[in-house]
Design a protein around this ligand. Structure first.
Ligand code: TRP
Length: 333
């Protein structure tokens, strides 16, 4: 393989949640795995972001471990990517402070996710929840990525990170790279199995609406058997067949077959057969991940060695950028 001298840089982070879903996998994580070969990649578990909503300490700790372990099980490779836990690199919080003093209240108040989340957590509208996008900007800008893969719900935050970088560079001189959103060529928007108008979400009250990456085979198949379709019959993608379309998207993302190929494969077949086939394909894809996960999570020592090492590598990069930004602002460094 030819080694190009300067590969483009990619960074993304994921919040530690015990139950990453098939949506997270097909929509984001599966692409991260692919990107490792093309880009210089940095991936972090965003634990600092997690405490913007209330967390039970013991549960948070175990979810940080399990999210890191799951990233490994999915195929992220510490030899290829820098993989770390956000709070292990103190420059994130440090730069976030500097950036927050260069971000306007009005800019943050416009963020739609803040509005949604503060409505949802009305008893805990904390300042961190408000300034969350500034911390995310720090995560990004420290590593000077060219691209940041983000889902639709994070696009507004990436826009703000770009605005913050541009403004800082203009005020203090060139410090940050202004990153672009990365829109993958493949990558599926996976919808709820019970309400295909909604995105698949682990916080859905209806447990049949999402498949967790770590669900076992029977559970996966059962959830697909119960997936909402329609009363019409016919297996093809269409605006008024959102349930069936979602299942086709999932099957296509898992098998690598194109949508027309999938439609052809199931021409004339019933929903029962189709749902079973999708369930089996998904279960087969997830089974080896679950197996690897179980092995990885049972060796805490090795897991810790990997994330400490990742944090050291990350900090070498982060320190330089943070130092430069602090110097430009006028701190004695
Ligand atoms: N806010 C992102 C989410 O909830 C996670 C995240 C934190 C992130 N820092 C980031 C994503 C930096 C991309 C880049 O999904």
């Amino acid at each position: 393989m030819s080694e190009t001298l300067e590969r483009k840089r990619v960074l993304s982070c994921i919040q530690p949640s015990g139950m990453l879903t098939l949506g997270n996998y097909l929509g984001a994580l599966k692409n991260w795995v692919k990107m490792q070969d093309e880009f210089e990649t940095t991936f972090a578990v965003a634990d600092l972001h997690a405490i913007t909503v209330r967390q039970e300490p013991a549960k948070l700790r175990s979810q940080i471990y399990s999210t890191y372990a799951l990233m490994l099980a999915l195929g992220l490779d510490p030899e290829k990517s820098t993989m770390f836990i956000q709070s292990h690199v103190p420059e994130h919080a440090c730069l976030a402070w500097v950036l927050s003093c260069n971000t306007q209240f009005g800019e943050m108040a416009r963020m739609t996710q803040f509005k949604d989340k503060s409505a949802k957590h009305a008893d805990n509208i904390n300042v961190g929840l408000f300034s969350y996008p500034v911390l995310m900007a720090a995560d990004i800008l420290l590593y000077k990525p060219d691209f940041v893969p983000v889902g639709a719900d994070q696009k507004q935050h990436l826009e703000i990170a770009r605005d913050i970088a541009i403004r800082f560079n203009r005020l203090y001189g060139d410090v940050f790279t202004v990153p672009d959103a990365y829109i993958p060529k493949t990558g599926a928007r996976v919808m709820s199995l019970q309400d295909p108008e909604k995105k698949m979400s682990k916080s859905d009250d209806n447990l049949n609406s999402f498949v967790a990456i770590l669900d076992d085979k029977d559970t996966v198949i059962r959830k697909f058997k119960r997936a909402i379709t329609d009363s019409e019959g016919g297996i093809y993608v269409s605006e008024d067949k959102k349930g069936v379309s979602n299942l086709i998207t999932i099957y296509s993302a898992v098998t690598g077959k194109t949508v027309p190929e999938v439609e052809k494969e199931f021409e004339g077949k019933g929903y029962g057969d189709f749902k079973l086939a999708v369930g089996e394909a998904v279960a087969d894809e997830l089974a080896p991940i679950r197996e690897r996960y179980n092995k990885i999570i049972s060796d805490k020592g090795e897991l810790e060695r990997l994330f400490r090492d990742g944090a050291e590598r990350a900090e070498r990069v982060a320190r330089k950028t943070c130092f430069k930004a602090m110097k430009k602002v006028g701190f004695v460094v």
